[in-house]
Design a protein around this ligand. Sequence first.
Ligand SMILES: NC(=O)c1ccc[n+]([C@@H]2O[C@H](COP(=O)([O-])OP(=O)(O)OC[C@H]3O[C@@H](n4cnc5c(N)ncnc54)[C@H](O)[C@@H]3O)[C@@H](O)[C@H]2O)c1
Ligand SMILES: [Zn+2]
Ligand SMILES: [Zn+2]
Length: 338
Amino acid sequence: MKAIEITKPGKVVIKDRLVPKIDENEILVKVKAAGICGSDVHIYHGKNAFATYPRVVGHEFVGEVEKVGLQVQNVKVGDRVAIDPVVSCGHCYSCRIGRRNVCKNLNVLGVHRDGGYQEYIAVAATSAHKLPDNISWEIAAMVEPYTIAAQVLDRGRLTATDTVLICGAGPIGLVILQAVKMIGARVAIMDVIESRLKWAKEMGADLVINAKTSDMIKEVMEFTNNEGASLILEATGNVNVLESCIHNIASPAGRVVVLGFSTDLVKIPQVDIMSKELEIIGTRLNNNKFPQVIDWFAKELVQPQKILTHTFNFEETQKAFELNDENPESVCKIVLTF
Ligand SMILES: NC(=O)c1ccc[n+]([C@@H]2O[C@H](COP(=O)([O-])OP(=O)(O)OC[C@H]3O[C@@H](n4cnc5c(N)ncnc54)[C@H](O)[C@@H]3O)[C@@H](O)[C@H]2O)c1
Ligand SMILES: [Zn+2]
Ligand SMILES: [Zn+2]
């Protein structure tokens, strides 16, 4: 079988590998489609602190069950499945309180161990979630990014009465936007790329703000009747944007959900947090959100087809990475097919 290996930063090689063996609690998945995520490209560029090399990346993948281990009950050969990339230890503090996505010994498929950019992969059967037949492989590959949105909504305790600001209209900001509109809250979204803001408008954003050409703080204040946003979802990854959200934009009693993982320092006055009783909330990957998101897809409550802009054969991964890097105006989500 073929596997796409990042042998070292900047180098993608198509390797011949043996089809993996499975143990009694595992399944062998014949990969059908896999999304390209910013973090895959970061690993390709050597900019992910958690990744080691050589690495087969890809944490957004779906496929058909080819073989099952002796003890496997939840899926059978021929099932179409999406794979949750979060692998947790089950016994650390976070696992014990049901928050396996921040497991102390967290392993993410495609980051800490090999992921989905290969023709076959062995995974724990418990990480497989059955897909309905009416969802195509390319669309199903986007279940994982929507689980990020499901986690963000959960962490931020979104309700329809919130006035929301989403910072960043990249694939993740746009997926979150669709999820927020599904719940029905009013939402503004900001970016500096006009075409991404245009997509956001088409996906139902109530206000789009180009931070390059207009004053974000002023616009959000007008949008919220000078109250500030009750829920801010920071998906630019830029710490200056986060500072401004906390200092100038969050309403008293507001919540700020942080998605980015920059190691730059964030400088905010302590009194901002205290005086407004602000909540600054982290969110990472997803905590058992696959069933919920597959249900969103099956009921067409979200529009993943609007996120997918390109597909490539998996043997053209390097070309797809380059397109992703060089064309943020026209590329949203690229899915590799197998
Ligand atoms: N916490 C998690 O589980 C999780 C999961 C996936 C992605 N992320 C993070 O979420 C963020 C968004 O992911 P993505 O894939 O959409 O990334 P992306 O880079 O494609 O999108 C970021 C968007 O923010 C915009 N932006 C950047 N700096 C800006 C600024 N100063 N002002 C206005 N707009 C600005 C960019 O133009 C871009 O459209 C990234 O930081 C990523 O690392 C976190
Ligand atoms: Zn991702
Ligand atoms: Zn754990």
